[in-house]
Design a protein around this ligand. Structure first.
Ligand SMILES: *Cc1c(COP(=O)(O)O)cnc(C)c1O
Length: 418
């Protein structure tokens, strides 16, 4: 929308006399939308591929990519075409009836994960909630844990979403403060510490919930072999290994799932973000029948979960992932990004962690804060956001070009050069 459009529609009071379209939109948003985010000062109005344009006509390379919901970039033609076609045909039926999109989507997503079934939801947090419910039920009905005693072991530094139960086992005080009473039944251990995990498991444990790479914590990669150890332990203790691949999955790391890097297959996958192609919220849990069949009619559900529009988009996403093309691009572009950033370690960057086209960059506090670097990147036409304190997370869309990656590296080099 241009400034003229806004005044014509009367959306903005002329007396406020905004200095620019950007300021007008920031002011409106800050006035009428709750302040649960602290956005960078840029107002976006269109996007194509790896690039977005703001209301002033400036272009930016999107290196946040909707926290990896936009792995396929903005407005991928294949996804938009499929969504438009489905929009005109049928969008919502509720699960009170069958629809002709869910079955094919469920079959192909099950095949992609190597699991027998899926349970479709909408947001990532709902997929995590679903996995928690499935694990508890499995614990009582299959493993034989006494009712009300089930525990799930989760990891310090985790991010699994924002529901009251999920924040109950978050270790981020900003996410948890003043939301008590917290849901019981969770134990925390340090991420990547196998001995601590082993010690935390007892006869009441039904699941180990982890991100194979911790995204929000700053792209934290566990020690080599850790996921394999967790897999073996869960098998031997009869505990479900629950992998939250909502951010790490679907080609971001150069493989379909981050667990693939250690040839690990968890008992439960949680998927979201890129599963909706950046067009629509689509999430799911994938598991074998002996696990997911503990969910029976009426015991779990969602008005929108599995709707035909979501299923059509998700199905197209799965088809795009089956070729391996995006996984390949993540490897190629990721190697380029990793090499470029590695040269800056010791010159403003303290550490760089990369897996595929996903990087956690720790900024030297002597140079700047994570937020300041995000702002400096913005000035140079790059959108990125600090993850935790001194880290900036980089996750450009997998449709970015080699030149785009060079631009990103050059911007960092420029900032480091002061
Ligand atoms: C984003 C995210 C979630 C929550 O997804 P929402 O769609 O925001 O509810 C859960 N787990 C991980 C690892 C995520 O990155």
């Amino acid at each position: 929308m241009t400034g003229t459009d806004l005044s014509q529609t009367g959306v903005i009071d002329a007396n406020i006399a905004p200095h620019s379209d950007t300021e007008a939109h920031v002011e409106l948003t800050e006035s009428y939308a709750a302040h649960n985010y602290h956005p960078l000062r840029v107002v976006l109005s269109s996007g194509e591929g790896a690039w977005v344009t703001d209301v002033e006509g400036r272009r930016y390379l999107d290196c946040l990519a909707g926290y990896s919901a936009l792995n396929f970039g903005h407005g991928h033609p294949r996804l938009v075409a499929r969504a438009q076609e489905q929009l005109g045909r049928l969008t919502l039926t509720s699960r009170a009836f069958y629809n002709d999109q869910l079955g094919p989507f469920a079959r192909d997503l099950a095949a992609l994960t190597g699991k027998e079934m899926i349970l479709p939801m909408n947001s990532g947090a709902e997929a995590v909630e679903t996995a928690i419910k499935v694990a508890r039920r499995w614990g009582y009905l299959v493993k034989g844990v006494p009712e009300h005693r089930a525990t799930i072991v989760a990891m310090e530094g985790n991010f699994h979403g924002r529901t009251t139960t999920i924040v109950s086992f978050s270790t981020d005080p900003v996410a948890t403060a003043h939301y008590s009473p917290y849901t019981p039944g969770f134990k925390l251990v340090p991420y990547g510490d196998f001995a601590a995990l082993e010690a935390a498991i007892d006869e009441t444990t039904v699941g180990v919930l982890l991100e194979p790479i911790q995204g929000e914590a700053g792209v934290i990669i566990p020690p080599d072999g850790y996921l394999q150890q967790v897999r073996t332990l869960c098998h031997s203790q009869r505990v479900l290994m629950m992998a939250d691949e909502i951010q790490s999955g679907l080609a971001r790391t150069g493989r379909t799932f981050a667990c693939d890097h250690e040839d690990v297959v968890p008992d439960i996958y949680m998927l979201g973000k890129a599963l909706g192609g950046g067009l629509y919220p689509v999430s799911a849990v994938a598991a074998d029948g002996d696990v997911l069949s503990v969910i029976t009619p009426g015991s779990h559900g969602s008005t929108f979960g599995g709707n035909p529009l979501a299923a059509a988009i998700g199905h197209e996403v799965v088809a795009m992932l089956q070729t391996g093309e995006f996984q390949q691009r993540a490897q190629v572009l990721g190697a380029r990004l990793s090499e470029g950033l590695a040269a800056l370690v010791g010159q403003g960057l303290v550490e760089v962690r990369t897996r595929g086209l996903w990087a956690g960059v720790d900024i030297d506090p002597e140079m700047a804060s994570g937020r300041e670097v995000s702002e400096a990147l913005l000035e140079r036409g790059i959108l990125a956001k600090e993850a935790h304190g001194q880290s900036v997370r980089l996750a450009p869309p997998l449709v970015a070009s080699e030149d785009d990656i060079d631009l990103l590296v050059d911007a960092f080099a420029d900032i480091c050069a002061g």
